[in-house]
Structure formats: C-alpha cells, structure tokens
Design a protein. Sequence first.
Lengths: 249, 323
Amino acid sequence: MMLHVENLQKTFDGFAAVSDAQLEVEKGEVVAVIGPNGAGKTTLFNLITGQLKADGGSIIFKDENLACMTPYEICRRGISRSFQIVNIFSRLTVFENVRVAVMSYNKRTFNLFSRAKDIDVSETGDILKSVGLFEKAGRISGSLSHGDQKVLEMAVALGNRPEFLILDEPTAGMSPEETRNALELMKLLSRDRGITILFCEHDMELVFSVANRIMVMQHGRTIIQGEPEVVRKDRQVQEAYLGGPDELF
Amino acid sequence: MVKAILSDSRALKAFGAGVAVFILLLFVPCFLPRFHVYLLGLIFTTGLLAVSLNLVLGLGGMYQFHHAVFYGIGAYTVALVITKTTLSPWIGFLLAPFVSALFSLFIGLICVRLSKLYFGMLQISLGSLVWAVVFRWYSFTGGDDGIHGISVPGIISSTSGAYYFSLILTVICLLAMQRIVNSPFGRSFQAVRDNPVRSEAVGINVKRLQLTGMVISGAFAGIAGSMFVVIEGSVFPELMFWTLSLEIIIMCLLGGWFTFLGPMLGAAIIVLLRTFVGIYTEYWTIILGFVLMLLILFLPQGVLGYFLEKFERSGMKQAQEEK
C-alpha cells in the first residue's frame, strides 16, 4: 500500500470539514475522489500534503506518518500536488516556475553563487515540452490564459519528479480541447512514467474514463472506495447526488 | 531569439556602462572638491545599505522594518574594536559583517516564524531593544553621545582614502549581491515572495530560506556600517534608530524596489536632498513627503523602475520594427 488514510478528521470552528475519511492508494494506480461541493475533497488533499494539520487520524505514506510533517518535508518524500485555484509564481516566467521546483528537487535552493540561468535547463525544458508549454516558456506566467495556467500548475508539480501526484480539479475552467489534452497527459504520466495519481474532479466522464478506483465523499466522510463499476451501482452514492445517477454518470 | 539577442546586447551595454562609470568614479577625487567627494562616499554607503535591505524587501518580499540595526551594529563593531581593543583595526572591518549577520540570525530566529506585518512589528521591537542597550550603556558604547574621533588606518583616513575604500567595497558588495540575486537561491527567494504556499509545496523550506536571506542582508548592512565609520569617523545610536530604518525603506521605494540598483538611486536622491535642501531649511522632510506623494501617484514602480520599463518598451518596439 502506497498511501493509507484512516479515520482522518479536521474541524474548522466547530464545522467538521473532514470527519471520517478513509483512503487507500496502491502504487501505479489512478484514484479519483468525488463528491458534492463541500464534501471535503480539497480539505482531504490539504491534509495529505501538509497545508492543513489534521485533528485526528493517520496518513501513512510508504510506512511513514505524514500527519506531523510540513508541506516541504512531504514534498521531499515524493508527493507533489497541483491546486484547485491557480497557485503559481505569477511574476516569474513559465520556465522559472518549473525550474524553481526542479532546483528544489535537485537540492540547489541554497546554492548562492552559481548562475541560475545555466542550471537545470534541459530537465525544465523536457517537462515543459511534455505538457506542451515549451513555446510559451519565456512568458510571464501571470499573463497566460487560465487553461495554460492550469497546465503550468501540473508542470510545476512535475518539477519535483513525484512518485505520487495529487491533482485538485485539474481541468476546472478548461475548454473541452484543453480538458482532452489534460486527460491525455494524466494517462501518459500514469502509463509511461508510472506515477501514482490521486485527483478530484467534477467532470464525471473524465473520472470514469481515467480512474482505476474511485473514492466517494459526503459531509466529510468516505462513503465507499472501489472500482468504477461498483461505485456507479452503489445506492448510497446515487443518493449522495441530488440529481440521481442518470444525470451524473 | 530576438528577445535573447536583445537581452544579450542589453547586458553587454549595461556592463560597458558600469565599467565606464567605475572608471569615471576612480578619477573623481582629482577634479571634485573634497565636500563632494565625501558626499559621494556617503551616497555609496547609504546606497549599499539600501540595496542590502532590498535583498529581503524587494527580492524576498519580507517586511524588514528595522534594517538600520544591522547597519549600526556593523559600525559599532568597527568603532569598539578600534577604541576598546588593541587588535588591528582591520580585524574590526572583517568582524563587522559577521557580527551583524549574527544579530540578524538571532533576531531572525525569533521573527521569521511570523509573517508580513507581524514579522515587521516584532523586528522593530527587538531592534529597538538593541538600540536602547546601545543608548544607555555609557561605559561600553558611549551611550547617547556615541563614540567620536575613531582613528581608522592611515591609508583610508583621508577624504579620498575613505572615498576609494567605500567605492571599492561598494562595487565588490554589489557584484556579490547581484550574483546572489541571479543564483538558484535568488530565484527561489523570488518564488517565495510571489507565493510562499506554493514554494513549500515544491519542497522549499521557506522559513530557512527567509532566515538565510536575512543573515545575508544583515551582513551587507554590517559592511555598509563599517564604511560609515571610515567616512564619518564616529558612531552614534541614531545609526540604529527606527526612523533611519524607515528612511531606508523610502529609499528602496523611491528608487524602485523591483530593480537591483533602484535603492542606490533612491539613497542618492535622499542624501542629496537632505544635504542641499537641508542648508535652507531643517524641514527638508516636507519636500521629501511631497516627492513621495508624487511618486506614489505617478511612479509607483520607483524612479529607476519607471525608466527601465520605458527603456524596455522602446527596445521591444525597435526589435519589432527591425523584424
């Protein structure tokens, strides 16, 4: 088991955003987390990657408990993430955005006297080529379109050469074409590079076309985790969505 | 491609201009009156102090509200080594950046866990504590009188000697700081300024990076402080009073805190304003206030920031026309 989350809890001012989350991810899997708005998906991701501290429960990643670790310690253990709301270095160029992550992975952050412009050029270039942003490498990232910024989100996360990639609504706000490209990219990362992917998404078509297993959350609790077909037929899952199964799946 | 050639030729031009200015500055004592030579030395000293602040303020986005403390500590280190010990004065100059860096580390360790305004406010409090000790400790620091008549080594005691000392140290420090700005550390520091949350998520230990930035910046402020002793021959507690810290922040904003040399220009403007307008009125700060108002309204990116932006636009336009 690569990641094992058990009985995870997080409360904000008396409101239980996550009250009993359970999650299991095997190496090489693509796992989706779905659930209505406010189900606690983003909070769960923030707890796994250390942006938030859990009130209870455990997050075991490769036999280590992540619950007491800072985000940078978690990142160094091989977990990278992208954010739901674009969260990039908006005044740096596209190239520098990715290079900062690559330099961090290669432990060069505290290098004071080398020239940054000569460092990790090919590795950064390869990542940008793989996501299709190489042509825009010199642009200030804040000036990119929303779709490109979402792709850059993913590229920055790849800069740390993750074993485990967490994507928080990777296609939110993208055009249909951009969504197709992002989907292809996820499949590629999983198939060719063997990266384990955990993501949450509202686009059910995308979820069912790419995920090996799906975990469903409601009111901060895990309802079920299983293969897409099992989840699709589960009565509790159908009830969790107001529109019923036909509209959603 | 065009952009790359443009930036290469621009870097070459900037380098050429820098060398020309340096050569010109080398000959300044030959044709300028002593007072103006002294004034230039003071501009280098204050400018270096402002650029060192901008390492953490502009590059790192940290609210370093009491930078003058590290300047004062550098100056007092030199003064105390010369007046209270039998050690060579040069040891004082060597020690200044290290003692300033050490104080920076202590204050940083306490402050860096806080963010933005809280960081700045706690730094003002701790810095003021250091000032109060220096202000009251008559037997060691000379208290509010300070230490006067500090005899620096003969080679740098004359006006032109002090000038060359400050010029050469300033150039060396600026080159070192520019190297740091363009290093992986500098890039990561910029990333932290833009987005600390994301920086942590890509594996950067943000607090440690900020602390390192503070220590480096404090060390350069200490060097500026040691230059002040050579220029003025005295030290006093006002060197580490919070109003001076505010003045340095204004220098950065005035010159352009997103440019490397902007704070140097800001320092020159303020030193000249204080010297020449100060002759006519002690209320020269009224004019400074007026200049600041105009700046905020019309040049929010600072004087050098404004000209660089204009220069960049005309360069891009020219490149497009050539294309």
